[in-house]
Design a protein around this ligand. Sequence first.
Ligand code: NA7
Length: 521
Amino acid sequence: MVGAGISGIYQLYRLREAGLSVCLCEAGSGVGGTWYWNRYPGARFDSESYSYGYFFSRELFEEWRWSEEFAAQPETERYLNHVVDRFDLRRDIHLATRITGAAYDEADAAWLVTTANGEELRARFLVSAVGLLSEPYLPAIPGLADFAGVWHHTARWPPEAVELSGRRVAVIGTGSSGVQLIPHAARVAAELVVFQRTANWCTPLNNRPLPASRHREVRRSFHDIYRACHASPGGFVHRPLPLSALEVDPGERLAHFQHLYDSPGLTMLLANFRDITTDQNANAAVTAFLRGKIRDRVTDPAVAELLIPDDHTFGMKRPPLEDGYYEVFNQDHVTLVPLAREPIQAFTRHGIATTKRTYPVDVAVFATGFDAVTGAITRIDIRGRGGARLAHHWAAGPRTHLGLQSAGFPNLFFVGGPQSTTGNIPRATEIQVDWVTACLRHMAEHGRRWVEPTAAAEAAWLSHVSSTVRGTALENATSWAFGSNIPGKARAYQLYAGGIPAYRAHCEAAVERGYEGFTFG
Ligand code: NA7
């Protein structure tokens, strides 16, 4: 196995339970994946904490007490360490062990895996649980090597504190990570310069402590929470209203938008009228409401206009959830630099030069996202049948059957990989973990040594995946979901937009039909 994040830990638990001998290699020096690497100030859930944790053990669910509705990174990292220790998983986890290559040995139906430490491992099966958002993207800005200040990427934030207090701080990028970090940086920095390429529709997180009474309620709701997540397209507890935004009068519509604006989590997107992302007029109504909110909260009208997205409407991308983000820009020591008007040219020795001026900087933060979905997989030199490279197989975009396997790469499985559901990640990936576990049991019972999908099944899944975005608000988005944030990366939808219930049904149907689309040997 590759990766000891939320999905990999669960996969290890299930494979151990199935009686397999497992070796899990993890590049980090600790477990947690996303919650190990993204330790920047402000990193936290946008899923309700209790809906994100594991459900495979009711005892675990009941005994772990989340302190907030949306826990911060340190707490989630503690939770995942607790799970690893509670279920004695650590003995199969090899930390600080980065897998660099894997070659399929056809004669033996086994993978020969190489690590950066020079070790070689032999395994019948290889399961990749490397995460969708784990390969950081650092834009190539000239001069960085000669920059005399300190710089970090949010997804490689060092464990030791990074001093921002009293410093001149620059943040490049205003996605979820930037939006979480910026209010923290503004609180302590002497000066803060935010370099924004594209504005986002940010909505309030409305986080709050989770008192004992709420914890008791959560404990009692184990089944209800799980069922709600499983029935929802993104694996969240929220439900859309069964109403069109256009069938209520404008006053009622606004009152509901305001109610959602004051509610915790991704409610503006997920508990809204059912058609806010599918009907243009409904979408225009919610977008206008949010535009008004930005204008209300940002005192300088020119700055407010810069913070209002002009390339996409609400719902085309997962909205960053914020806590005091817009008010940051009302402070005298904070400057917003719109890169569309003033592109970055280079790092200088002591700052960042745009086409208009040079901003003095002591600490530069790259909140510039990831080579998402495929990046962390294709950076491993994976060779399947006949020495074929996976990176080559995926050159025009990922190709898999059910997001689980690629043709020509037997016994290689992806959990939390391309062409599968996303949203509340643990709820999305546990479907795959359970599928892989059942498949390996099936193979053991039937004396099978290898499994891979057919090329026809792979082509059909690609066509189905594309159909899930066609004609939706997502279709034309400039987003990591299409690989469009990485220069030179082929544009292809890298996820599955059909939702968790439909995805699960496809996976179950394949099994019921005797692993339709898969060949065993
Ligand atoms: P995101 O959402 O990919 O955001 C990255 C941000 O960095 C975004 O604002 C980008 O602008 C910006 N960016 C990327 N490259 C550059 C360059 N070259 N110059 C300036 N700005 C740049 O990553 P996050 O880490 O914030 O969040 C990842 C996911 O975590 C998020 O989607 C949630 O699902 C949870 P752009 O919009 O591309 O113009």
